[in-house]
Write a protein that binds this ligand. Sequence first.
Ligand code: BGC
Length: 659
Amino acid sequence: MAKAKARCRTRWPLRRPRILPFAVVAAAATVLALALFVLQLPLPAPVDFFSHSFSHDRSRSRSHHPYFSRPPYVPAARLEPASDICLKPTPFPFPISNIPLAASHPLTMALAAETTRVVSLFDFSDADVNAHVQEFLRQMSEGLKRDGTSISQIPTYVTGVPDGTEKGLYLAVDLGGTNFRVCSVMLNGDTTFNLTYNKVAIPKDLMVAKTSRELFAFLAKQIELFLREHHADHFESSTRRRHTASTPQGYRDEHIFRLGFTFSFPVKQLGINKGKLIRWTKGFDIPDAIGKDVCALLQAEIDRLRLPVKVAALVNDTVGTLMARSYTSTGKHRSILGGIFGTGTNGAYIEKTKNITKPIEGQYDTTTGEMVVNTEWGSFDNQLNVLPSTPWDRALDGSSVNPGIQMFEKRVSGMFLGEIVRLAVLDMMKNDEVSLFKDIDSSFNDWRTTTNISSESGVLRAWGLDSAILSVAASDNSPELSTLRQELENNLHVYNPSLEDAQSFKAVANAVVRRAARLSAVAIGAVALQSGKLDDPEEEVLDIGVDGSLVEHYPFFRDMIYEALVAVDGIGPEGAKKIRIGIAKDGSGVGAALIALVAQRMEKPGDFLADLRGDIKRSLDAMQANNAIDEPSMSTTALVVGGLIGVAAIAAIWYNRQR
Ligand code: BGC
């Protein structure tokens, strides 16, 4: 032994210089081969098919996976502070010391007569209100029996309302008009909540995009920007975990944000997070989306960006409003209706499930015996059985993207009221007998200046009159209507309007909005009657949550609704007193979060992760199939090259030793 050792000691220094280069090459080659090989190795995973597919995910991720090759950070889209349509400009600085006060003339005869005539066309009497309520109830009942009716009466799969004790952090997005909002909502469990949101205007070209993918990709991108800005920790850690999904510390259901998707268009709901678009409204028009599941469209784009988000609930803004009102209202009276009177109009109310006699597909909780129904009342009386129709209502409908549809909405909601006023005013201007926004004789004008209208004026352009000015007209009760006249100048480029011009404009605008308020009372009154609670002595209050710029900011809009409710047979002054109409803010955020919570409670554990794994496997199988055709597999190349070098190196060592 000792001899042998001695021999070894003496031989080794002699041999080392000749063997070392080969050994180093062999070791390096082996390490290289192993390293390349190990990078392809599957991670240990509990589920067989998943471990297999995930191994490929890792290898792809080094070269092509979006997480590693994602584009540089794109700055957040322009965020606007919460804003409302109705402007309250500061009063016109009047009187100015050395300018004489304007004399207030009555309307000139022809203008006065024409204004009276136009205003009378928007009259909506108590008898009209009653006839409309009866027709509304008839169309509601028709909608509960079958599909394809004017009032769609869509079952929402929401079978209860919250009681204020719900807790948790949820995401909500809101697509329904001119803006897209992404929010995170912390429900505190004590009727309060904290809400963080970003709001971005929807680019006009996306509202009429060629494919729905363009719109939904934009929405998913906004969700990503929001998560990066407001939930960076959660976002980064979830993204990391996604790559270790199979380990015990990896991606689990609780790492995924549940998102409530407030989608405020008519959708045939097929489940709590599934629904097919029936039609677009409010100026949107992307035919390719009709009939598709909007949750799936959004989830697909979210998945493309690998966001830790599951679209858990699909919610109409009216349903969200009803939920938010129920969550925040204290006391024993639960809300029966959520209504929107803003860009569009609609209502969702609680109906007895036994009254919904048309089939309700899929699963829902039957224990409450009730379900929230999304009426889609914007399409009440599309057939014009009773709805009033002035020449300007007809002209507006003809120039809209959806003629013959949303006929109630086109007489009630903010998106359309400005255009009705514009069309009426324009016709008055075209009448040579009538001096509106033009001076026949400048002495008529109390400013002793000449009124003129710019060719750029919104009055001369279709959809150019923003409904916000209607609020200004209603709230300016000064003798000179100075605020309104300033607004006509600033926003509509009508220079030096006379008092008579402003009086006429105000009268027409008020008439159009008053008719809208009384039509709104028709919808609210009909739902109150349908609830059967007006005569129930146990029900002291019928609570109604409403949201939207009209009801929130137009002066006395709610008062005009009450005035009409008093005139409804079966409601009257006593019934109207029982009806409490309250503003429900942030319904589309808080309400959607609440429904996402309900949906989460209905999920079976692991549901989403199973879906996610299935998705990953499918996409990887597809990638693998492509790879097989397109490029030689990197692992095979690496092994062959590394292996050959290793074998050559070992052969060299062996050869040296033999020598
Ligand atoms: C849509 C409704 C929505 C309402 C208010 C209407 O145009 O059809 O789904 O609730 O606008 O946003």
